[in-house]
Design a protein around this ligand. Structure first.
Ligand code: ZN
Ligand code: ZN
Length: 340
């Protein structure tokens, strides 16, 4: 099969013929139809964050069609349209049994991150990690479910537990931020986006944010206070996770509020324990999403609550151009690799 192979850090991916994945018990071979491109791919390519064993096939936002069934994977049929939950977990540890799969202590890896993923004609996944993609959701939009939408569902519903009339500030209006805005609005919240560039400010407004703050020209804390009669936000969801954006989050959230960090970087939280205690802040991390989040992500897309903005399309052969476009900040929604 054709695949884009990561052989070295900081080098373009190499388009090669490689063997198809071999199926083990309970596994399914999926013909990739589309695969979203995520900022995490850039981090992995730079050698920061996750460090897969090389050579490796990236791509953690695929959707496709069942091509072959391994032994014990009979719940699917060849030709089924599917999208994966990318967290390959044991299903048996304390965290898996208490519906907190993303904390699995026998974690086998995430598809496209530690395990070969979707920048190839085929990928494989355990049948228990595959979900039927309804016919009304196209593969290009459907691919975005696996990471961006699932991550938003987990952050908004499991971690922040957004309620009606709460004020939610969403920092970062990229692929994850856009669906975060839509899901928080659906929960009945007032939602303000924060973006660094004017084009993204406009995108945030299109996705239903009540207002979008341009953090390169406005002070985020001041702007949020102005929008909330001086109160500040109940919740800040930070999809960037840098020292700078955490300072923005701390300035925007009110006393007793909650900050959910979704963006993963090596930066530390710029906060004294004194401020943490005096303000009774809840600061929590949020990591991807589990199978329940995947089911809800599919439902939210099927019912039209979440409409991913797939803005750029590239064939697999042009994947390095796609990664460059993302690196240069030229992608306004999600860039997707297509296989047709
Ligand atoms: Zn991602
Ligand atoms: Zn487990």
């Amino acid at each position: 099969m054709k695949a884009a192979v990561m052989r070295e850090i900081n080098k373009p991916l190499s388009i090669e013929e490689v063997p198809e994945p071999e199926l083990q018990y309970g596994e399914v071979l999926v013909a990739t139809k589309a695969c979203g491109i995520c900022g995490t791919d850039l981090h992995i390519l730079e050698g920061t964050g996750y460090k897969p064993k090389l050579p490796h096939i990236l791509g953690h936002e695929p959707a496709g069609v069942v091509a072959k069934l391994g032994p014990g994977a009979a719940k699917f049929r060849v030709g089924d349209r599917v999208v994966p939950n990318i967290f390959f977990t044991c299903g048996e540890c304390f965290f898996c049994r208490t519906n907190r799969e993303t904390m699995c202590t026998n974690f086998k890896g995430a598809l496209g991150v530690g395990i070969n993923g979707g920048y190839a004609e085929y990928f494989k996944a355990p049948a228990k990690n595959l979900f039927l993609l309804p016919a009304k959701i196209g593969f290009k939009e459907g691919s975005v479910i696996a990471d961006a939408v699932v991550t938003s569902v987990h952050a908004v519903r499991r971690r922040a537990q957004v309620k009606a009339d709460e004020v939610v500030v969403v920092i970062g209006v990229g692929g994850v931020g856009q669906s975060t805005i839509q899901i928080a609005k659906h929960a009945g919240a007032r939602v303000f986006g924060v973006a660094r560039r004017q084009q993204r400010v406009e995108v945030g407004a299109k996705f239903g944010a009540d207002a979008v703050i341009n953090s390169s020209t406005q002070d985020v804390g001041e702007a949020v206070k102005e929008l909330t009669s001086g109160n500040g936000a109940d919740i800040v969801i930070d999809n960037v996770g840098s020292g700078d954006t955490l300072l923005q989050a701390l300035s925007a959230v009110h006393r007793g509020g909650r900050i959910v960090v979704v963006g993963e970087t090596d930066d530390t939280i710029p906060l004294s324990t004194f401020k943490l205690c005096v303000n009774e802040l809840d600061i929590m991390g949020s990591r991807s999403g589990g199978r329940q989040d995947t089911v809800e992500a599919i439902q939210l897309m099927e019912s039209g609550v979440v409409t991913p903005f797939v803005s750029d399309f590239f064939p697999l052969e042009k994947i390095n151009d796609a990664l460059d476009a993302l690196r240069q900040g030229k992608v306004m929604g999600r860039a997707v690799v297509t296989m047709d």
